[in-house]
Design a protein around this ligand. Structure first.
Ligand SMILES: [Zn+2]
Length: 296
C-alpha cells in the first residue's frame, strides 16, 4: 500500500516537473480569434468587447500561464468556456477557469462522463469522477450558439467520433473552426472506444466539416499544428484508407495479431505514425472496433 502510494506520488511529481517546462504559444487567426498551443489539446480563444471565450483548457498546472496568454492576446475578462469533450488534457483546468470567471458549456455526455469517471481498459487509464466545480454548468444535446464579439459561435455535436460527447466549434465571421479531437493534423488520432468513439464517426465528422469550409478556412485540430481544408482532406483520406485496409483483413477472419502483423497502415506510417498512436496501436484500435461490429 505504502509503495503504491509512493509510486503514485512520484508519478505526479515527474508530471509536474514536465509541466513546469511548458510554454504557451499564441497564434492569431483573425481580429478576435487565437489558438494557444501548450501541452494537451489546442485551446481556442475568442476575445473582444464582450469578454473572452475559451475552447478547452489543457491541464490544471498550466492554468496560470494560459490565463496570462489570454490576457496578453486581448485584455478582457474570461466569461465562457466550451469543452470539446471530456478528456483530461482538454478539461484539466476547468476548476481554475471557473475560479477565473468562466461558465463551462459542453455536450450532455461530457458532464455525464466527468461525473461518472472511468476505468479505461484499452488505454490502461483510470479517471476519477470530477469535482463538482469542474463540471459544465450548461449542457446541450445537439448544438448551441454564443452571440459574442460579433461572432455567432456555434458548438455542434457530431455522431460519436473521438468520444460520444464531441463538439466542433465554428467561428463563422473569422472563418475558423476548432475540431477538438475529431482532428489530429499530424498524427494518427486517438479513438476512445470506451467513451463511445468510432472510426466511422471520425470519418463522418471530417466529411461534415469539409462540406462546410472553404480553402481559406483556418482549421484548429485537437492536436498538431493549425491546418486548413487541404490538411483535413488528407487526414480524412488517410482514415478512409486505413479503415478499408483493416476491414479487408477483418473480413478475411484475421485475428488481432495477424492483422497487426500484416501492417495495414504501412502506406501512411511515414506521415502519420510518429505520434502517441503508433501504427500497431492504431491498427489494434481499428481492428477492435471493426471486429466487434461484425459479431452477431
Ligand atoms: Zn481527447
Amino acid at each position: 500500500m505504502a509503495a503504491a502510494l509512493l509510486g503514485g506520488a512520484v508519478a505526479v511529481v515527474v508530471a509536474q516537473n514536465e509541466m513546469s517546462q511548458v510554454e504557451i504559444k499564441t497564434e492569431k487567426l483573425s481580429d478576435h480569434v487565437w489558438v494557444l498551443h501548450g501541452a494537451g489539446g489546442n485551446i481556442g480563444l475568442c476575445s473582444g468587447d464582450d469578454g473572452a471565450l475559451l475552447v478547452d483548457d489543457q491541464y490544471a498546472p498550466l492554468s496560470a500561464r494560459i490565463l496570462a496568454a489570454v490576457k496578453q492576446a486581448n485584455d478582457q475578462p474570461l466569461h465562457w468556456e466550451v469543452n470539446t469533450h471530456w478528456h483530461g488534457d482538454h478539461v484539466g483546468g476547468n476548476e481554475n477557469m471557473v475560479a477565473a470567471g468562466a461558465t463551462l458549456i459542453a455536450h450532455d455526455r461530457v458532464r455525464q462522463r466527468m461525473v461518472e469517471g472511468q476505468n479505461n481498459k484499452f488505454f490502461s487509464r483510470k479517471v476519477e469522477p470530477a469535482p463538482a466545480r469542474a463540471l459544465p454548468l450548461i449542457t446541450f444535446n445537439d448544438s448551441t450558439t454564443l452571440h459574442v464579439n460579433g461572432e455567432d459561435v456555434t458548438a455542434f455535436h457530431v455522431a460519436p467520433a473521438h468520444t460520444d460527447g464531441d463538439v466542433i466549434v465554428w467561428f463563422p465571421r473569422s472563418n475558423v473552426v476548432h475540431m477538438g479531437d475529431t482532428f489530429f493534423s499530424a498524427t494518427y488520432p486517438i479513438i476512445d472506444l470506451e467513451s463511445g468513439g468510432s472510426i466511422n464517426g471520425l470519418i463522418a465528422a471530417s466529411e461534415r466539416v469539409l462540406k462546410r469550409i472553404g480553402d481559406d478556412t483556418r482549421v484548429i485540430p485537437g492536436h498538431g499544428p493549425t491546418s486548413d481544408k487541404a490538411g483535413l482532406q488528407r487526414y480524412h483520406d488517410m482514415l478512409v484508407g486505413v479503415r478499408a485496409a483493416v476491414v479487408k483483413l477483418v473480413k478475411q477472419g484475421k485475428t488481432l495479431d495477424q492483422t497487426v502483423a500484416a501492417k495495414p497502415t504501412a502506406a501512411w506510417d511515414e506521415t502519420w505514425g510518429k505520434g502517441f498512436m503508433k501504427p500497431d496501436l492504431f491498427t489494434k484500435l481499428i481492428w477492435t472496433e471493426l471486429s466487434a461490429a461484425r459479431k452477431p
